[in-house]
Write a protein that binds this ligand. Structure first.
Ligand SMILES: C[S@@+](CC[C@H](N)C(=O)[O-])C[C@H]1O[C@@H](n2cnc3c(N)ncnc32)[C@H](O)[C@@H]1O
Length: 303
């Protein structure tokens, strides 16, 4: 049996929670929400606090503000026990879902043009930048096992090869994998959806990478939880995110790619039990002549 714990773990903040709950009980949801919003400035990773803030804003009739609070909850509550997705759906703001079949078809079609288009025309250097950041954070010996999520045609694998014992790549797209296979970079290539594949693994890795992949997979918490379960102690998770600077944690753009708020991504990583070792803003590539804003992250699974 599970009892939902609303406490912040801090007596002073919990006392304020008590006042806010009393205001809500008396029907003054706007005042309860205001006090909670102030309190959360001091405890930005307090998932239950964001849930209550969303609930009270919703009761006060401010649905946009409620959606913002529940959006924060969605990135902080890695297990999903506070039901952020359901709460958002109940006011018509469902968290957009990834679409693996669409992504598979997209990259099957794109595969023959991928390397030339991305590297030569769109200035794609994320694998090199991510590999350089990994070496800054962990300059030591090579990683015994490396998992490259969404390995595509192997551009990330080429950067990792010299630093990896066993190098395994997984990807949804058979056409992308076929090109990676030809390059003979990986020890093993697997066709599959990365979350399904991680769930079925029993090996542990010292490094997991996802270069230009998490903008197709949507919400971060399920990915963070799944990767953490497959990382050895002190193991690293290095990835890029497409970013935006709005109020929401996750956005689905007209490009049908997801972008993340980088600060909320860092909070989500901490909430999932990672330590954020490095963050760098990084232009991912060009899109119709415009730079695509992004950020590189290296997280550590603490020992
Ligand atoms: C833009 S490409 C990047 C490929 C490679 N990481 C690189 O840096 O060149 C994105 C890749 O992620 C794969 N991908 C996207 N979502 C995935 C998922 N849920 N599971 C496995 N692969 C996925 C796509 O099929 C595609 O090959």
């Amino acid at each position: 049996m599970r009892v939902l714990d609303l406490s912040s773990g801090d007596v002073v903040l919990d006392r304020r929670l008590g006042f806010a709950e009393a205001m809500a009980k008396a029907g003054d949801y706007a005042a309860a929400a205001e006090l909670m919003a102030e309190t959360l400035l001091e405890a930005p990773t307090w998932a239950a606090g964001w849930m209550l803030l969303g609930d009270w804003r919703c009761e006060a009739g401010d649905l946009d503000a409620a959606a913002e609070a529940w959006g924060r909850l969605a990135v902080l509550d890695a297990e999903g026990i506070f039901g952020a997705g359901l709460k958002l759906a109940s006011i018509g703001r469902a968290v957009p879902e990834p679409a693996p079949a669409y992504v598979e078809a997209l990259f099957d079609d794109y595969a023959p043009r991928f390397d030339a288009a991305l590297v030569q025309r769109l200035g794609y250097e994320t694998p090199q930048a991510l590999a350089a950041l990994i070496r800054v954070v962990r300059p030591g010996p090579r990683f015994a096992t490396v998992l490259d999520l969404g390995c595509g045609t192997g551009l990330m694998g080429a950067e990792l090869r010299a630093h990896a014992g066993l190098l395994v790549g997984v990807d949804l797209s058979e056409a992308m994998l076929a090109l990676a296979r030809k390059k003979q970079i990986y020890d093993r290539l697997v066709r599959g959806e990365l979350l399904d594949w991680l769930a079925g693994l029993d090996a542990l890795a010292g490094l997991v990478t996802a270069s230009d992949v998490l903008n197709y997979t949507g919400a971060l918490p399920p990915i963070l939880t799944a990767v953490k379960a497959r990382l050895s102690q002190s193991g690293l998770f290095a990835f890029s995110l497409e970013t935006h600077d709005g109020d929401d944690a996750l956005r689905l753009g007209p490009s049908l790619r997801f972008s993340h708020h980088p600060d909320m991504a860092a909070l989500a990583a901490e909430a999932a039990g990672f330590r954020v070792l490095a963050r760098r803003t990084h232009v991912l590539r060009k899109d119709r002549g415009e730079p695509v804003a992004g950020e590189l992250f290296v997280l550590e699974n603490p020992a």
